[in-house]
Design a protein around this ligand. Structure first.
Ligand SMILES: *[C@@H]1O[C@H](CO)[C@@H](O)[C@H](O)[C@H]1NC(C)=O
Ligand SMILES: *[C@@H]1O[C@H](CO)[C@@H](O)[C@H](O)[C@H]1NC(C)=O
Ligand SMILES: *[C@@H]1O[C@H](CO)[C@@H](O)[C@H](O)[C@H]1NC(C)=O
Ligand SMILES: *[C@@H]1O[C@H](CO)[C@@H](O)[C@H](O)[C@H]1NC(C)=O
Ligand SMILES: *[C@@H]1O[C@H](CO)[C@@H](O)[C@H](O)[C@H]1NC(C)=O
Ligand SMILES: *[C@@H]1O[C@H](CO)[C@@H](O)[C@H](O)[C@H]1NC(C)=O
Ligand SMILES: *[C@@H]1O[C@H](CO)[C@@H](O)[C@H](O)[C@H]1NC(C)=O
Ligand SMILES: *[C@@H]1O[C@H](CO)[C@@H](O)[C@H](O)[C@H]1NC(C)=O
Ligand SMILES: *[C@@H]1O[C@H](CO)[C@@H](O)[C@H](O)[C@H]1NC(C)=O
Length: 639
């Protein structure tokens, strides 16, 4: 009898040790995405790239800006912009600005050697680093990393392999791609994989991460455009959105710092002779040169490392009167090379995130980003916070930057990421008559917010070509609608030096052609630079004073936090925006429309069953721990 009792006690103790071990091993810190990757790891690649997120930062005193800046490497250019452009002047600094604890980084790197772990990017905003692990050691290294007490989560850096064989693109990109199924997304949750395969087979044009398509086919009337004396062949696109009116008033972007994230750039092109480039960084090679030369052996212009960046930069700020004008030609530019255009190179999100933080710290007031990641994520993930990259885009907006992005070229398939980010301006494509192009991605976000925000020319746009220093061409895509709108916004920012980033957002969408009845096809309508300039935005982040209160009682003003609490389905600073009910796009991938908890009969949020960031290991092991503890106590009481 006694021996039996001792055996039972022994077994229970072993169990509780196992339970605790699970907890201490930190298995619960590993995301499903990474877990699946490790299980299915076929060691095909030499390395695996992961995010390590830390759970704490130093405490800092936010009221002493100077001291804070010194401690955390914040430049005065950034502080200046925040003072002018942050919407809430009481929140110029926050925890995300505190630099990552170097000690944490060192300890993670100490889990391996120089040969097995490499630091790739640091993100203060996410309190995370991306590191590359030698694949053959990855399990051991991750075991070490996850056991560090200050590590909060370990995640896979999402990456996406482009197709090696490209199909010829046409002006409408919802074309099918056939091809080997080896090109699937690396995110390898099985369910996700299935969906990705499904998407790939059925619908997706894999080339649209850079939101360009190839040369415009002959149909568009722009091909017969007679060049304007000043605007040259950029005439129609600029006049369509009334940017010429701001030029007439003398605005040319002077004093505005614009960040562009793209492939490399042909800086030597004649349209860039005048350009004030105040900083540049190559995030692929970690150098400060973003010039890339034309590669005569690369046929497809989408694969030219210097192609796409040259096109979009010329749309933003090229200057060759009589041929091409980019509206913000007198602005200052920060060039970030974040994308490898080579087809067999996987695209990775950490470079873009690092570029945004770099540009922000160098005082950029505006970022133009004509790229996105369409099949890393399924539709329910496009809710503005699921992906790290979208979260960072919104953080930039909160720090006073205006974030302008292409909405994507996937038509009915919907928007890319990070175009789903809140308070960022996603731009769709129209033709020269003002009609939406078929390829322009449609909204809304998975939580029903309107996307795209506005529209501008994206068919037959005239751009500088990377072939030589005097070559030009026409291309289609929201890649060009984006810098066109961004360049107009630069003029508005020049005209209104103290408008916050959110006031600019408000002015841009409230003055566009469809602002009275926004929808998921063209959002708030065609951008109108003149009307946005003339708009009178609300001037307080505080709903208790002036301002608009919480518009039309769509929400209640919380007197303590001074923020609006919106009723469903409204959202926004003043609850002024109305969500679009969850629909077809959600159901079509077997996701479900969730009914918000407050009993409204419409549903707005598209959620995906069974896909969370984490498996429930944390609570499982807690549960296990308490259950066994309970058994032991019971056992001890009974004997
Ligand atoms: C923070 O800094 C301000 C201004 O320098 C100072 O008055 C305040 O006492 C500091 N607070 C703390 C908690 O150190
Ligand atoms: C780029 O780096 C080189 C050498 O590292 C340095 O001489 C140069 O000043 C840097 N240029 C810029 C614009 O930072
Ligand atoms: C840029 O603006 C400055 C200041 O207004 C002016 O002197 C200069 O001529 C402008 N540059 C161009 C190319 O128009
Ligand atoms: C892009 O990736 C390819 C293949 O890995 C590599 O050869 C090339 O140098 C990369 N380009 C840049 C700009 O990093
Ligand atoms: C540049 O390329 C264009 C074709 O795109 C060609 O017509 C032109 O002659 C080239 N110019 C030089 C200087 O090579
Ligand atoms: C911007 O500055 C002008 C004049 O200095 C002032 O009248 C206006 O209220 C300011 N606007 C905001 C949004 O702060
Ligand atoms: C959606 O559900 C249906 C029926 O349950 C199933 O046949 C189909 O394969 C599912 N589609 C996806 C993409 O999982
Ligand atoms: C809920 O449904 C009722 C009746 O169908 C309708 O009158 C009401 O407007 C709906 N409420 C919302 C918020 O859509
Ligand atoms: C995790 O488990 C807890 C309790 O067992 C449950 O309430 C929660 O919904 C679970 N979370 C997920 C993502 O499954």
């Amino acid at each position: 009898m006694k021996i039996k009792l001792i055996i039972i006690l022994f077994v229970l103790i072993i169990k509780i040790i196992n339970c605790l071990k699970n907890e201490y091993d930190g298995d619960y810190k590993i995301t499903n995405k990474l877990n699946d990757h490790l299980i299915n790891n076929n060691q095909e690649e030499d390395s695996v790239k992961i995010w390590v997120t830390f759970n704490s930062k130093k405490k800092e005193n936010f009221s002493n800006i100077e001291e804070f800046s010194k401690n955390n490497g914040l430049k005065k250019e950034s502080i200046e912009r925040r003072i002018n452009r942050c919407h809430d002047k009481n929140k110029i600094l926050d925890d995300s600005d505190i630099i990552i604890n170097q000690n944490f980084i060192n300890q993670v790197l100490n889990c391996g050697s120089e040969n097995t772990i490499k630091l790739i990017q640091k993100s203060n905003w996410l309190n995370s680093i991306s590191i590359s692990l030698l694949n053959e050691h990855s399990n051991k290294l991750i075991d070490c990393i996850k056991s560090l007490e200050f590590v909060e989560t370990v995640d896979l850096v999402s990456k996406f392999k482009k197709k090696t064989t490209t199909t010829t693109t046409t002006t409408t990109t919802t074309s099918k791609t056939s091809g080997s199924s080896n090109d699937e997304c690396e995110d390898s949750n099985k369910f996700e994989k299935e969906i990705n395969n499904f998407i790939e087979k059925k619908l997706l044009d894999l080339k649209n991460k850079l939101y360009t398509t190839s040369s415009s086919s002959s149909s568009d009337s722009l091909l017969n455009e007679i060049p304007d004396k000043f605007y040259g062949y950029s005439n129609n696109g600029l006049k369509q959105v009334k940017i010429d009116k701001l030029h007439d008033m003398g605005y040319d972007g002077y004093g505005i710092k614009i960040l562009i994230t793209d492939t490399g750039f042909r800086k030597s092109h004649e349209v860039f002779k005048h350009m004030k480039i105040i900083g540049e960084h190559n995030f692929l090679k970690n150098t400060n040169n973003t010039q890339e030369d034309f590669d005569p052996f690369v046929q497809d212009v989408n694969e030219q490392q210097t192609g796409h960046g040259t096109f979009t930069l010329s749309t933003l700020g090229g200057y060759k009167p009589g041929i091409l004008i980019g509206a913000a030609y007198n602005a200052s530019f920060l060039l970030a090379e974040t994308e490898n255009a080579t087809n067999d190179f996987p695209l990775e999100e950490d470079n873009w995130i690092a570029a945004i933080e770099w540009g922000e710290n160098n005082g950029a007031q505006l970022v133009s980003s004509s790229l996105g990641y369409e099949n890393w994520y399924v539709y329910p993930n496009k809710n503005g916070y699921f992906s790290k990259i979208s979260r960072v885009a919104t953080m930039a907006a909160n720090k006073g930057m205006v974030v302008v992005m292409g909405v994507g070229n996937s038509g009915d398939l919907g928007i890319g990421i990070p175009a789903d980010a809140e308070f960022t301006i996603s731009v769709g494509a129209i033709d020269s008559t003002g009609e939406r192009t078929e390829f322009s991605s449609i909204g809304p976000t998975a939580d029903g917010r309107i996307k795209p925000e506005v529209m501008a020319l994206g068919l037959g746009n005239f751009v500088a070509h990377n072939f030589n220093d005097t070559s030009y061409d026409r291309f289609d895509g929201t890649s060009f609608s984006c810098p066109l709108v961004a360049s107009g916004i630069a003029l508005i920012m020049q005209a209104h030096p103290n408008w916050s980033s959110k006031q600019i957002y408000e002015a841009v969408i409230s003055s566009a052609s469809n602002s009275k009845s926004p929808d998921y096809l063209i959002g708030y309508g065609i951008f109108n630079a003149l009307k946005a300039f003339e708009y009178n935005p609300t001037n307080s982040p505080d709903c208790t004073i002036n301002g608009k209160g919480c518009t039309n009682s769509n929400g209640k003003c919380n007197l303590q936090s001074k923020q609006c609490e919106c009723e469903q389905p409204f959202y926004g600073q003043f609850c002024q925006y109305n969500r679009i009910p969850c629909g077809q796009r959600c159901l079509f991938l077997n996701s479900t429309c969730e009914i918000p908890s407050n009993n409204y009969n419409l549903s707005f949020i598209c959620v995906e069953p069974n896909i969370g960031d984490f498996s429930n290991q944390s609570s499982k092991s807690n549960y296990c721990f308490y259950l066994i503890l309970f058994k032991i106590i019971l056992f001890l009481i009974l004997i």
